[in-house]
Structures are given as C-alpha cells and as structure tokens.
Design a protein around this ligand. Structure first.
Ligand SMILES: Cc1cc2nc3c(=O)[nH]c(=O)nc-3n(C[C@H](O)[C@H](O)[C@H](O)COP(=O)(O)OP(=O)(O)OC[C@H]3O[C@@H](n4cnc5c(N)ncnc54)[C@H](O)[C@@H]3O)c2cc1C
Ligand code: FES
Length: 366
C-alpha cells in the first residue's frame, strides 16, 4: 500500500512539474510582446506579437480584403512588406507570384508578426468601414439562393462602385464555433447609399451561407465591412459582355443599375447560365432592364432543361453560347462572375475570340 501511495505521489509531482514547464514555455517562447507596424511610412499601430498581421490590422479597424476569412485560400489579403516579416511561408507560395515575391508581397493572414514591420497597402483600404445594417427582407430566388435587403441605420452610409463586394460576418451559432467573414458581391445600385442587396447561395456545410439561410431573420442586425475589390464597371465605348451563373448575377445586377442610372446607350449583352428552369431568377427584372436600357439584351441559357421542347431560350453551357455567338470582330470588354472553373473556361473562349486579356474583368467566387 505504502509503495502504491509513493508511486502515485511521485507521478503527481512529475506531471505537476511538466505542467509548470509547459506554462512557463507558453509564457516565454512565442511571447513576442507588443510589436510596431508602420503603414505607408506614416501610420503606426501596435499589435500583439505572434498574431497574424491581418488580425492586428483588423483590431485597428484597417480592413484588408480577406474573402476566405484568413484561411489562406483566397489570396486576397496581400500587403507589400518593406522591412521585417521574415521569410515567405510555403502556405503563401500558391498565391504570390515570383515577381510579387521580389517586391515583398505577402499574405497578411499567414504572416505572424514577430518583429517590428513596415508595410504598404493601397490608400483606398483606409476608406473601408464597418457597418451594422438590419435585414429588412429575405426572399427565396431558387431552392438554394436567397435575396437579402439590408437597411443602414441613420448616419451610416455606404459608397461603392458597381461590381464591388462586402464581407459579411457570420457569428457563432449552434453547430458553428468560430466567427468568420465571407465575401458577397453587392447586387444593388451604387446610387443607393443606405440600402444594400446581396444574393447568397447555400453551400453544404458552409459556415456563413448556412448562417444566412438557416439562422438569419428579418429584423436581425448584422456586421459587414467594405467596400472591397477591383472588379467594377469601367467607363469606355466598348461593347459590354457580361457572363454569370447562379449567385454570380449579383455584381452584374449592380452594373446594370449603374448603366440605367447613367441612361447608358452602350451596347450590353448578359449571358446567364443555369442548369434547370428552377435555377433561373430575376427574369422580370431583366425584362425591365431590357426596356429601360436602349441597347441591352439578356440571354439565359439552360444546360439541362427538364423539358427541352418547352424551353424557348438558349440550350447548353454559356461557353458554348459564346463560342457560337461571338463571331464578329467588335471591340468588347467582359465582366465575368462565378466559380473559378467557370471563369477559367470563359476567359479561354474570350481570348480565343479576340478580346484582349486586359479587357476581361472577373471575380472568382472561391
Ligand atoms: C469576391 C467574392 C465575391 C463573392 N460573392 C458571392 C455572392 O455574391 N454570393 C455568394 O453566394 N457567394 C459569393 N462568394 C462566395 C462566398 O464568399 C463564400 O465562399 C461562400 O458563401 C461559402 O462560404 P461558407 O462560409 O458558407 O462556406 P465555407 O465554410 O467557407 O466552406 C465550407 C466548405 O464548402 C466548400 N465551398 C466553399 N464555397 C463553395 C462553393 N461555392 N461551392 C462548393 N463548395 C464550396 C469549402 O471548400 C469548404 O470545404 C464570393 C466570393 C468572393 C471571393
Ligand atoms: S484571407 Fe484569404 S488568403 Fe488570406
């Protein structure tokens, strides 16, 4: 008995000592103290050493685009490091080109600040703000896509360019233990500053889209930051070609609102791809745009209609329609929105059809 008690005592002392060592290690190793971050040579902030640069900047209300919420899978959170920051990490390689590496470009969500650091970011990011609008309408567009209207409280106004996006916060909810931000393109008119529309598709087991589809109700207040993005309407005389599928219609709608607000006479065609009849939406709105805009045409196309004979519109994938329709050598610029795979295949067709790469603008919903 005495032997057992002695063994237990020694074991407890040993594990206690180990726990003490671990606590000590946590406090010393990895404790970098407060670190200084210099931005654009003039602004200085302080952040907790060892945290990611992205989270340090967010704490100071400097909002860097971070469409994947800091998972290192969108490549949107780039900053240029002028000094400090250590070596680029393997997790950044896929998103930072060799030329960008030469310039010091890093993913701020991957870079942990362990020494004073100097960075440069585009000036317009200082204009990105945090908003707290209320949901004023939620409508089902298809079985998996919802249209949401948000109204800003008095004194809060958003200014954005047609095509840009906001990042919506999904709070913790039953089944989700982390707070995340996700990118959603603004679907409403840039002339409206106290109201904003989003079109959000449900991704199976997706954190933010499940929050929107299953937990968000009219009357709820949300948090969002924005506006972000360099995908937006460009003023020119070229014919406008717009191509989207599913929720990719969102930024195109905003561009159409912009054209309408300007009474634009530019020739514009919008190819919208869907699988079945029930995946199409806003057909009435498109008809209204066709009558409001002098040179606008909406071309929906179904790749798998239930009853081919009843469907009067185009058949096949949008890439097939583009291959067939873009025969003339007219000067065009293109706005594309949808999944990365869809965008890549459309870009290939458009280049083949003679649209210069610098006139093909897109947002990949990754
Ligand atoms: C610039 C930009 C604009 C965007 N605009 C819109 C928009 O207007 N409307 C909209 O609905 N979405 C938009 N997205 C996509 C959106 O940001 C989210 O990625 C999407 O809602 C999934 O987020 P989640 O939190 O629900 O899923 P997550 O929790 O991030 O993902 C859950 C799982 O699903 C996978 N997954 C993520 N997205 C998809 C997908 N689309 N299809 C299949 N699997 C997926 C992930 O790899 C992961 O395994 C945009 C993305 C970008 C980058
Ligand atoms: S936030 Fe997406 S890669 Fe950094």
């Amino acid at each position: 008995m005495e032997k057992i008690l002695t063994t237990l005592l020694i074991f407890s002392l040993f594990t206690g000592f180990l726990a003490f060592l671990l606590t000590l290690a946590k406090k010393t190793i990895g404790n970098y103290g407060i670190m200084k971050v210099t931005i654009n040579e003039e602004t200085e902030i302080e952040m907790e050493g060892g945290d990611t640069l992205l989270s340090g900047l967010t704490e100071e209300k400097i909002f860097i685009p971070s469409a994947c919420g800091g998972k290192g899978s969108c490549g949107y959170c780039k900053v240029t490091v002028e000094s400090g920051g250590g070596e680029i990490l393997p997790t950044e390689f896929g998103y930072v080109t060799p030329e960008e590496r030469e310039l010091g470009v890093r993913l701020s969500c991957q870079l942990k600040v362990k020494e004073p650091i100097a960075i440069s970011i585009p000036e317009e990011l200082f204009n990105v703000k945090e908003f707290h609008p209320t949901v004023t309408a939620i409508t089902d567009l298809t079985p998996n896509i919802k249209h949401l209207i948000f109204t800003f409280p008095q004194g809060e106004e958003i200014s954005f360019k047609a095509g840009q996006y906001v990042q919506l916060r999904a709070p913790k909810y039953p089944g989700n233990h982390e707070e995340v931000f996700r990118a959603y393109s603004i679907a409403s008119s840039p002339t409206e500053h106290n109201k904003l529309e989003l079109i959000i598709g449900l991704v199976p087991d997706g954190i933010c889209s499940t929050y929107v589809h299953k937990h968000l109700s009219v009357g709820d207040e949300v948090a969002m930051t924005g506006p972000y993005g360099d995908f937006y309407y460009q003023e020119s005389t070229r014919e406008i070609l717009m191509v989207a599928a599913g929720t990719g219609m969102a930024p195109i709608l905003s561009i159409l609102h912009q054209l309408k607000a300007m009474n634009s006479e530019r020739r514009a065609i919008f190819y919208f791809g869907a699988r079945h009849e029930e995946d199409l939406f806003f057909l009435e709105r498109m008809k209204e745009f066709e009558s409001d805009l002098i040179s606008f045409e909406f071309i929906p196309s179904l790749s798998k209609p239930h009853r081919e004979t009843d469907w009067k519109g185009q058949l096949g994938r949008v890439t097939t329609c583009l291959q067939r329709d873009l025969m003339d050598p007219c000067e065009r610029e293109a706005y594309l929105c949808g999944s990365p795979r869809m965008i890549d295949s459309i870009v290939e067709v458009l280049i083949e059809k003679g649209i210069p790469e610098e006139f093909i603008y897109y947002d990949k919903f990754s």
